[in-house]
Design a protein around this ligand. Structure first.
Ligand code: ASP
Ligand code: MG
Length: 424
């Protein structure tokens, strides 16, 4: 048994749906659990819808209409027979959503967000299940929110593991034990779960990878495959470095490090459930499914990890100095960390001297004013914005030279495996 995860880009239009079916057809001898994201940019569109619903602005019907039209076009392209039951089912989902946004919104935005945004995955999975049946790939649709149980931390639901594993195994018992036959496929949604009171929850943006890992872990599958619009994992962003190379194999450990430094490869929570069961995670191209792609797995002995380059844009450098020339010692540090922690602003890099302390953070946007004013109450504060943070894992002097070139370096740090520089 394998888990396949298809992201929004792999179901962005009708031909993308056809391509998914072609890929599934390449695996006739496997039982597949297919985890699917919302189509294209639907999650973003639903975010706009829920904002207008929550703030009661007049755009809400327009947003809903756009989402409906986008889906309608794809459904009509895939199903020429207007009496096909998919029309009624998609219609019913839109009916529910439309009723929901007519009701009075509650005071918890995150709760409302999950009740609305979950529809993206409900729609895309309903469509995929019907389409696969239509082209002769028997399957059953499983509602992920019937099995993935979380707490009520809306928008970032924390999974109740024992309960979730039990429910997934229960629901998929027949699927797991039946002989290979007409129905080798389960279609389900990424990203969504259910809270103890029965409401929808979501697992955080881009959380479908994590859902795939949850199903993989529960069913102890042989591998999880994430189908993407790139060849696999690359050692740098190809948009910035034209000679970026494919990483064929990499350890779970190195992958977690890379995502910590900002590589947007895989949702960071995905690795742990797979590592625990030693399940390989493959990243393959949905445009060229015959290519091998990359494999993230346990590597015995010492790994010879690739040099990877990660560039984070929109960084802010804040230099914090004591006002009375006192040392940035424990008391001051405690105060600084408290301010960052209370505002939930993550520090990417830090460095200190006797009387000053520098931090690099992602641009804190709407929290910026508050952060600067809190810090200024105790310290002398200077800052620069619009910077780049470059991280090189397993660096060599040549790579550092190549990447930093003649840029002005505002801050630099080296450890055994990692080089980091902040440049303009
Ligand atoms: N549809 C969700 C998002 O766009 C989840 C995902 O695609 O992984 O964030
Ligand atoms: Mg997505």
């Amino acid at each position: 048994m394998k888990v396949f995860k298809f992201g929004g880009a792999s179901v962005k239009d009708a031909s993308a749906y056809r391509n998914v079916a072609e890929i599934v057809r390449l695996y006739p001898k496997d039982k597949l659990i297919i985890v699917i994201s919302a189509m294209g940019k639907t999650t973003n569109a639903l975010e706009e819808l829920v904002r207008s619903y929550f703030h009661k602005d007049r755009q809400k019907q327009r947003h809903l209409k756009q989402i409906r039209m986008f889906h309608k076009d794809i459904v009509e392209d895939l199903f020429h027979d207007k009496s096909h039951s998919v029309y009624a089912e998609i219609g019913r989902l839109f009916q529910e959503l439309s009723l929901y946004i007519k009701s009075e919104p509650g005071s918890n935005f995150d709760y409302e967000y999950d009740q609305v945004v979950a529809y993206g995955e409900l729609l895309s999975s309903c469509l995929l299940s019907h389409y696969l049946i239509d082209v002769g790939i028997g399957n059953s649709l499983l509602n992920a929110s019937d099995v993935i149980m979380t707490d009520d931390n809306f928008r970032e639901g924390r999974v109740y593991w024992p309960q979730t594993i039990r429910l997934i195994r229960q629901k998929l018992k027949d699927f797991a034990t039946a002989d290979l036959g007409l129905e080798n496929v389960i279609v389900t949604q990424g990203f969504i779960g259910r809270s103890p009171d029965g409401s929808f929850t979501t697992l955080g943006r881009e959380g479908s990878d994590y859902s795939a890992a949850i199903f993989g872990h529960a069913m102890e599958v042989e591998e999880v495959v994430i189908w993407k619009d790139v060849e696999g994992l690359l050692d740098a962003d190809p948009k910035l470095f034209s000679n970026a190379k494919l990483i064929e194999t990499i350890s779970y450990h190195e992958t977690i490090e890379l995502s910590f430094y900002g590589a947007s490869i895989i949702h960071p929570k995905t690795i742990q459930p797979l590592e625990n069961k030693n399940i390989p995670l493959c990243v393959k191209s949905f445009l060229n499914p015959q290519l091998t792609g990359s494999v993230i797995k346990r590597i015995e002995g010492t790994e010879n990890p690739p040099s990877s380059i990660i560039v984070k844009e929109n960084q802010m450098l804040i230099s914090i100095a004591s006002t009375d020339f006192s040392f940035i010692a424990e008391k001051n540090l405690q105060n600084i960390f408290r301010i960052f922690a209370e505002l939930a602003v993550r520090i990417n890099v830090m460095q200190n001297s006797a009387i000053s302390f520098s931090v690099i953070i992602d641009d804190p946007q709407y929290k910026k004013k508050l952060l600067l004013s809190e810090l200024s109450a105790y310290f002398k504060v200077r800052y620069n914005e619009g910077l780049k943070l470059i991280t090189i894992r397993h660096y060599t002097p040549e790579i550092i030279r190549l990447v930093t070139g003649d840029s002005e370096i505002l801050l630099e740090q080296k450890s055994r495996f990692t080089y980091q520089a902040v440049i303009r």
